[in-house]
Write a protein that binds this ligand. Structure first.
Ligand SMILES: *Cc1c(COP(=O)(O)O)cnc(C)c1O
Length: 750
């Protein structure tokens, strides 16, 4: 008996070849086991379980036709082939026709179990975690990440997953993974918190031969199994699996990787077309899945595998190397290749190049939609004469956002016993047009310093329309600022108990005094940490001593675009509970609730506002003395109301399809570039303004800095010319307020 077994790497992220071979050695002591791999760095080639090693050149050097022919010849006289490499399996299933000695699933079965859809899961009691393919527009991808609070993974179709915590993470990882795996068929998937478990099975021509269940007990830093516990799959599972295996007409080993969440629901993360690398752990438990496969395909009876233990662990062992395969030297460490070959020693990225685009189907990349409501504003701007770069406020757009939000809130308020106020956050963009607009639409204003306070009064706000917030609200103490009677402000929110104490010393209580709470389990530098018993009891004590005429307000603010909209709703709920407790403990009624800002415009419109009535009812139910709710939107209102107009100053054609342009804007004009996607418009002679699609071209800034890249994934028009105008949208919030002078010489006073 001769068995070829591929995928021999045995490191922290191992292939299954060694475990398969050790399992078969127990069952068939006399079999000739031939290990196959594509790199002399795959450590398993040195293990003495193999009678022989058939080492191939790396995938980029293999003549694939010749190799296929050799494999076919090898298995012709009753030898069999068990693949331990996903991509090799995919390639074999596409190239080899109808050779029953190669024990792999068909290409149809592989498609039905391919990520992200894993369609075959439908008949099993498992779900696929929410995902979005990267063919969606950047705008939609960002929305997906916000929804799941940046608990998301970027995954390739074959291997690898990267945790994505921010928009710049995504841009970077997308570039890297698509280069490694020669595909842009990547997808985002929400993280499932829970315990990992796996189901491994062995099948031949649609007949399920055996299946085991494995609970991970220890994992490596990469999340790979280090030790685990083997048991039976339930009889219900086994029956369903029999049916699925029959439908897929599966041949070979397989592993269904799952996560069980807190609600006991099972989510499928991966469906591998091969035995898992821990398969020898199952053999130790007396369940020799590879032997079952070989027995069924060759009709040779194996020696019975005896049960030794239902739990296994890995150890690190030094073994002698084979004389024929002297060790290569360490790879020269240039930064760009560091760790690359040791990560994928079997050269899978190289094979990925060969089989790209044939395995996973996907549509064209979707283009971000043009926000048509800004076109009217753009018509008012004579772009051919504006000096660039320049920030522009889209006044009509701003007007329509402010008035429609205000009338929506007024509508909700008229049916509610509560007062509902919107306080525009000055720091988000202090532009006089916007602040004036807030005033004219009847909003309040939220300020965080004495300078902002002074400015708000200059713009017409009465003191009782101003909310003073932030950690250093009395700064600066400057003689040139007129003294404001703080007691006349609408609310002062204290960021700490010591700040509350100071107010008491000054005796200048406003009619509503607020406290900002730091919610438990949330990493924030602001507010009073109420899960700290001392801080909480200080707060209760302080509140119980405030003058009875002084009304209490509670404030929390945590950016929903960071926390995730779903988790923000949970936070709201938990804040109501804490507020209720504070009210009970301090015996001081809570009069006002301020839910802060931090909303991305789309989430504000599509998630918060539609749910506002329900949230108000919830608040009213929890806090019987509540009379007012304040919201403090900043970017939700103004981010869509600003654009930066810039001009192309140089064009570089790098090769036939790939271009870079330098523009006269710089990161100093767009400091918020890395936190969310920015739609970029270019003028088409016939179609007018259109959004740049995604592609491989780059837009570089004017400053001599490596980081000054405005966009790294756009497709520029073929006929773009020097002097062409680009409009960078979505810059009305922090891109404007945090922009700075840079590379312009000295612009201050002498
Ligand atoms: C900055 C700020 C806001 C507005 O935040 P956005 O992210 O622009 O919505 C609201 N409230 C306070 C206290 C702030 O400091």
């Amino acid at each position: 008996m001769k068995i070829f077994i591929s995928g021999l790497h045995s490191g922290p992220n191992p292939s299954p070849g060694l475990g398969v071979a050790r399992s078969l050695r127990l069952a068939y002591p006399a079999a000739k086991l031939i290990g196959v791999d594509y790199s002399n760095r795959s450590s398993g080639i040195h293990h003495d379980v193999f009678n022989d090693i058939w080492l191939q050149p790396s995938w980029d050097l293999i003549n694939l036709d010749l190799y296929r022919h050799q494999i076919e010849q090898n298995v012709e006289d009753d030898a069999i082939w068990i693949s331990g490499l996903d991509l090799e399996t995919i390639w074999l299933s596409q190239t080899i026709t109808n050779d029953s000695n190669i024990l792999i699933p068909s290409s149809t079965a592989l498609l039905l179990t391919a990520k992200p859809f894993i369609s075959a899961h439908k008949d099993l009691p498992i779900s696929v975690p929410p995902f979005m393919t990267l063919s969606e527009s950047d705008w939609s991808l960002h929305a997906f990440c916000r929804k799941f609070g940046w608990y998301v993974w970027l995954k390739g179709p074959y291997y690898e997953a990267r945790r994505i915590r921010s928009w710049s993470d995504l841009e970077f990882a997308r570039h890297e993974l698509s280069a490694t795996w020669s595909t842009d068929k990547l997808f985002l998937q929400s993280h499932i918190a829970g315990y990992e478990e796996s189901i491994a099975f062995s099948a031949y021509k649609g007949v399920l031969l055996d299946s085991v269940y494995m609970n991970k007990r220890d994992i490596t830093a990469e999340g790979k199994t280090w030790s685990g516990s083997i048991s039976n799959v339930s009889s219900e599972w086994y029956e369903l699996l029999e049916k699925v295996v029959a439908d897929l007409n599966w041949t070979g080993g397989s592993e269904i990787e799952c996560v069980r969440d807190g609600a006991n629901q099972l989510w499928v993360i991966d469906w591998n077309p091969r035995f898992p690398a821990w398969i020898y752990g199952a053999t130790l438990a007396g369940r020799n899945l590879p032997a079952k496969l070989v027995e069924r395909s060759t009709n040779c009876t194996p020696i019975n595998t005896t049960y030794i233990s239902s739990e296994y662990t890995r150890v690190v062992l030094e073994i002698p190397t084979r004389k024929l395969f002297p060790l290569p030297t360490l790879i020269e460490s240039s930064l760009s290749t560091f760790g690359w070959q040791s990560k994928h020693p079997s050269g899978m990225p190289l094979l990925a190049k060969h089989i790209q685009n044939t395995h996973v189907n996907d549509g064209d990349i979707r283009i971000d939609e043009l926000d048509k409501t800004i076109l009217e504003d753009l018509m008012d701007i004579n772009v051919s004469v504006v000096e660039t770069p320049i920030h522009i406020i889209l006044k009509k757009k701003a007007h329509s956002i402010f008035t429609s939000v205000k009338s929506l809130i007024d509508g909700i308020q008229s049916n509610s016993s509560l007062l509902i106020s919107i306080a525009y956050s000055v720091k988000t963009n202090p532009n006089p047009f916007l602040v004036r607009l807030a005033y004219e639409t009847g909003m309040l204003i939220e300020v965080i310093s004495q300078l902002e306070l002074e400015y708000a009064t200059k713009m017409g706000f009465n003191l009782d329309q101003i909310i003073l917030n932030g950690p250093a609200k009395y700064w600066p103490k400057s003689a040139s600022l007129s003294i404001r009677p703080l007691a006349s402000l609408k609310v002062i929110f204290c960021d700490s108990v010591s700040e509350l104490n100071k107010l008491d010393q000054d005796g200048s209580w406003p009619s509503i005094i607020g406290v900002r709470l730091r919610p438990p389990l949330i990493n924030s530098r602001f507010g009073i940490p109420i899960d700290d018993l001392n801080a909480y009891s200080d707060l209760v004590h302080r509140l119980s001593k405030t003058p009875p005429v002084c009304k209490i307000a509670i404030h929390f603010h945590f950016a929903s675009n960071v926390l995730g909209t779903d988790r923000w709703m949970e936070l709201f709920d938990s804040m109501l509970t804490w507020s209720r407790k504070l009210e009970q403990h301090s015996q001081h009624p809570i009069y006002c609730l301020d839910i802060g800002g931090g909303w991305f415009p789309d989430d504000w419109n599509d998630v918060l506002l539609p749910q506002l009535k329900i949230l108000i009812r919830q608040a009213k139910n929890s806090l019987p003395n509540l009379q007012e709710i304040i919201m403090e939107p900043g970017k939700a209102l103004v981010q869509p109301t600003g654009v930066v107009i810039t001009r192309v100053v140089d064009i570089r054609q790098l090769d036939e399809q790939y271009r870079e342009v330098v523009v006269d804007a710089a990161i100093s004009d767009l400091p918020d570039l890395s936190s969310h996607p920015h739609r970029i418009l270019v003028e088409d002679e016939i179609l007018g303004w259109k959004v740049l699609p995604r592609g491989n071209d780059r837009i570089l800034g004017r400053i001599c800095m490596e980081t000054d890249v405005i966009a790294r994934n756009v497709h520029l028009p073929a006929d773009i010319k020097e002097g062409a105008v680009l409009i960078i949208c979505d810059t009305g919030a922090y891109d404007r307020s945090m922009s700075y002078d840079f590379g312009r010489g000295y612009t201050g006073e002498f």
